[in-house]
Design a protein around this ligand. Structure first.
Ligand code: ADP
Ligand code: G6P
Length: 470
């Protein structure tokens, strides 16, 4: 075993008799890393996905093992559906009116984190093997591991935005959670902005001293670094070259009718800015009728966290918007919005990317947003419209930036893009942007990301480990 990854989400989900990659940035990014490096992945084993506690993957020639942890439903309710998704998720995305503060969430979260730590300890027999803990579901795990293995190599990666301390101060348990994360030797976040915010938040923790990009805490130095995540570029390139996928892309364009195809691909999550995007599309069709019958938006939304009322509400809102827009503008077999509410295998998404002249990646906040990279990498003549509030904006400066809250502005930007494409204006500029974006995405490749993080984790601690302070 060379690596232990610990994440709430398992890397695969059940489809028919087989397994396909789970949906979400974390799982889609780390799956190819484990396939290449081998190791173990400890995750919550959702009962719907089967009852095997251990899974070897890929089944034909196993490269890594998934250790599936079965958690009591009540604990999942408080920890995953509660603390993770109703407290930490909206808080990290700056949506404070959605944050729910409940003590029973914390109790369940502590207990789930303990179970994860115990599961890791039961298979972590060599402290030189790095353990890499992922995301906001498991903030207490690094410190629990540290207490049991003071000399262990422990990394932590935070996949979502890290907001400034003013936002974190809403959380009554900030100190406990931060102390949990600081059990790691290395904390990774996507951007320099998140790193700065993390360090500033650590200043709120009594006993922690921030020195440059290090936090001195309990006799250790915890390093904090920006490691922007990427996609598996080789895999996406292969998919984009498959004749079956290219034919599917051509079919999607024909089915849309008209001249232009736009695409949005998201988990159906209130952070993704889907209602605002649809509102902009509606505004555009109202104010610039020349695009009616000429441009189609494929909006793919994968069901996510459907047990939570906030996500159900969002679904109703989006259903209603799509119905209203199509009802108002549909003509002669042309639909302004083709809405697909389901998961697709990643290759199929590539067909949509290839088909689209414009991708709309307009989250209200996003840690990174891999869809932006996937599209930029695959498209041959498309334009990436990207929210300035996504981490991706920091690493893809050549994308066309928009403010996702500004519905009128977004409608006008889209009108401008469609007009320039229709008139063949600015072709050189679009080409130059596309080429530059492809270079950026190549440099961010997920295997390099993992290699850089793990190499940094391998480095000796900046300050020799001393005895833990009492
Ligand atoms: P998040 O992690 O918040 O979901 P990202 O954009 O970073 O956002 O990652 C989403 C990942 O899930 C991408 O790799 C994307 O290809 C995948 N994905 C998005 N929508 C779908 C879908 N409908 N079906 C399958 N995979 C999807
Ligand atoms: C984001 C989070 C991941 C999470 C994914 C899907 O990408 O950073 O940790 O796995 O969303 O959400 P879910 O709740 O289905 O795991």
């Amino acid at each position: 075993m060379s690596l232990v990854v610990v994440a709430n989400r398992e890397p695969l989900r059940r489809e028919g008799d087989g397994w396909v990659p789970a949906v979400g940035g974390l799982a889609t990014a780390l799956l190819p890393v484990l396939e290449r490096r081998g190791g173990a992945w400890v995750a919550w084993g959702e009962k719907d996905a089967g009852s095997l506690p251990l899974l070897h993957y890929p089944p034909a020639a196993p490269r890594f093992a998934v250790h599936r942890l079965f958690l009591p439903p009540r604990e999942v309710a408080g920890s995953y559906h509660g603390m993770a998704n109703r407290t930490l998720w909206p808080l990290a995305h700056y949506l404070l009116d959605r944050v729910e503060i409940r003590r029973d969430f914390l109790t369940a979260y502590r207990s789930t984190n303990r179970r994860f730590a115990e599961a890791v300890l039961s298979l972590w027999d060599d402290p030189h093997i790095p353990v890499w803990v992922q995301d906001y579901h498991l903030m207490l795990v690094p410190a629990l591991l540290r207490a049991a293995r003071p000399q262990g190599r422990i990394g932590f990666f935070w996949h979502i935005p890290w907001p400034p301390p003013e936002v974190w101060q809403v959380l009554p348990w900030l100190e406990e959670l931060l102390a949990g994360v600081l059990g790691a030797d290395l904390v990774g976040l996507h951007t320099a902005e998140y790193v700065d915010n993390f360090l500033a938040t650590c200043r709120l923790l009594p006993g922690a001293v921030v020195r440059g990009q290090r936090v001195l805490w309990q006799g250790r130095a915890v390093r904090v670094e920006a490691h922007p995540i990427g996609i598996d570029t080789a895999r996406f390139r292969r998919w984009a070259a498959e004749p079956r996928i290219r034919e599917r892309a051509a079919r999607l364009r024909r089915a849309a009718g008209g001249r232009f195809v736009l695409v949005g691909v998201d988990r159906l999550d209130y952070t993704k800015g889907i209602p605002e995007r649809l509102a902009a599309w509606e505004r555009l069709l109202e104010q610039h009728p020349q695009w009616r019958g000429q441009a189609t938006l494929y909006q793919i939304a994968v069901p996510s966290r459907t047990r939570l009322e906030s996500y159900r509400q969002l679904k109703r809102r989006v259903d209603e918007q799509v119905g209203r827009i199509n009802g108002a503008f549909m003509q002669d077999g042309w639909l302004p919005v083709r809405y697909l509410y389901r998961a697709f295998p990643p290759q199929e998404l590539v067909a949509f990317y290839l088909a689209a002249d414009v991708a709309l990646v307009t989250p209200l906040r996003d840690g990174m947003n891999l869809v932006a990279q996937e599209y930029a990498w695959v498209t041959e003549n498309g334009v990436l419209v990207l929210s300035n509030l996504a981490g991706a904006a920091a690493v893809l400066p050549e994308a066309l930036r928009v403010n996702p809250y500004d519905v009128d502005g977004l409608a006008e930007t889209l009108h401008g893009i469609l007009a320039s494409l229709a008139e063949g204006r600015g072709r050189r500029t679009w080409e130059a942007r596309r080429a530059a974006l492809k270079e950026r995405v190549a440099a961010l490749d997920v295997h390099g990301w993992a290699a850089r993080f793990l190499a940094s984790l391998e480095q000796a601690p900046a300050v020799p480990a001393g005895p833990p302070r009492r």
